[in-house]
Write a protein of this length. Structure first.
Length: 454
């Protein structure tokens, strides 16, 4: 059986036949992330056997790669003794993530198996919000006094042991306050007699321990960082965040935004229970339903007016154009918010640009639609109680107003939500779509009413 053919079916077969040595050799040839993908599909009994046979280092590497949505089931399949030994092999930040997913009684049992120093460090990390810098960071870092010589720093570095690779050394003063940093590769190239304060980069980009993970991901992207020191309010160094942690954050945020845009938060939460999925999706479906009913009432009102049959036929296209324009404007604004945060000038420029774009696109589409409606009515020699000019004019004007309004709403809604600390990604979902449909219908209805009652 080739290594590449190893899957859950083959693993179950090897376990059933008790070919443990062959199975372990095949698993050891896989990358931990690939092995984790297979483990997520196995039954609880198979998982229990596998984790009891794997050495603790390999088991810890695989467990740390298990997706959050599958982690609980995998952990439940591991005996408490095995779990404690496996977690003990992990870096502190990864161990904290696993322990944070456990029930209180399991959490306490695992923590009791550690020495006092490691337990205190993990309990300290558990106090931080999981979406903050404290929840992302590891307290394991390499910090050296600014008065060390380059040679002293190299000697200390080579004598130290770290569970995660160290690429950057942080420079602190006598009070453990962060004042600079230097890459290990740069340190090795410097004259050995120089002091660290002479070769360091001053005032490195850092994050506060309670800073939100989205802001941290933005800094990593903006400044092309690979590692970032974390400090408390007194600027005392307390940990570091590495780029692999931020990659996970970016994935989670993209997953969350996609879920909100689709009106399906269960995507983000990896829910599989039908009842949980209904509970998460139903509010968004109800919002869409209520707005849809209001739109139906508006269409019914238009249709109820005398000589309105020909006018009601153009409601869908006007709503569609308004909805599409609003979604485009919303997507651009949300992206700008994600990249620049609350920089007012930048957001104002985006708003004005989207407003102008909406007006111009609405004008072009309105003129084109009016021309198409007028030409089609003439070619078909359609019977209508209204003049061709009036009908074409009202359709074109309605489309222009609807698209201009949609562009404005699409830009404003995310900004308002962001100011109220609500994820602006929700603005691209039911709020913008149904809101623009409703607004477009109201605009068209009022213009139709004016025309038919003149």
């Amino acid at each position: 059986m080739p290594f590449s053919d190893l899957d859950n079916h083959n693993i179950e077969k090897l376990l059933k036949e008790k070919h443990y040595d062959l199975l372990l050799s095949k698993l050891s040839a896989l990358e931990p992330a690939d092995a984790a993908d297979i483990f997520e599909t196995l039954e609880a009994d198979s998982l229990k056997i596998l984790f009891s046979k794997l050495d603790n280092e390999t088991a810890s590497e695989i467990l740390s790669e298990i997706e959050d949505g599958e982690l609980e089931d995998v952990v439940d399949a591991i005996s408490d003794d095995d779990l404690s030994e496996i977690i003990d092999e992990m870096p502190l930040d990864e161990a904290t993530d696993i322990i944070g997913e456990l029930e209180d009684d399991e959490k306490e049992e695992v923590l009791e198996s550690f020495n006092d120093e490691k337990r205190a460090e993990i309990e300290g990390l558990l106090l931080y919000d999981e979406d903050s810098a404290g929840g992302l960071m590891t307290p394991e870092f390499c910090a050296m006094n600014s008065n060390f010589t380059v040679q002293q720093a190299i000697t200390k570095l080579t004598a130290s042991e770290f569970s995660d690779p160290i690429s950057m050394i942080f420079i602190v003063d006598g009070k453990e306050k962060l004042i600079g940093s230097i890459w290990v590769s740069n340190l090795l190239a410097k004259p050995k007699s120089l002091r660290l304060h002479q070769v360091m980069e001053e005032n490195p980009i850092c994050s506060l321990v309670d800073e939100d993970q989205e802001d941290i991901a933005y800094k990593f992207r903006k400044y092309d960082l690979y590692a970032m020191p974390v400090v408390d309010k007194k600027n005392i160094l307390v940990g570091r965040i590495t780029v692999d942690d931020v990659m996970d954050v970016i994935y989670e945020e993209a997953d969350e935004n996609m879920a909100h845009m689709a009106g399906a938060p269960d995507i983000e939460k990896h829910e599989e229970s039908p009842f949980a999925i209904v509970r998460l999706r139903l509010p968004w479906i109800l919002i869409t339903m209520v707005a849809g009913l209001l739109i139906s009432v508006i269409v019914e009102k238009i249709s109820g007016l005398k000589n309105a049959d020909s006018l009601a036929a153009f409601v869908p296209v006007i709503m569609a154009m308004g909805g599409n324009t609003g979604m485009q404007s919303s997507a651009v604004t949300i992206r700008r918010l994600a990249l620049s945060g609350d920089e007012y000038d930048m957001i104002f420029k985006v708003f004005m640009r989207e407003l102008f774009v909406g007006i111009m696109m609405g004008l072009v589409c309105g003129l084109c639609s009016a021309l198409i409606v007028y030409t089609t009515l003439n070619i078909c020699n359609a019977e209508t109680a209204n003049s061709y000019y009036a009908l074409a004019g009202i359709v074109g004007f309605s489309m222009w107003v609807a698209m201009s309004f949609a562009a404005t709403a699409g830009a404003v809604c995310p900004i308002i939500l962001n100011k109220f600390k609500i994820d602006p990604a929700v603005a691209s979902g039911p709020f913008i779509t149904t809101g623009n449909d409703l607004a477009a219908s109201l605009i068209y209805f009022m213009l139709c009413y004016i025309l038919l009652t003149m």
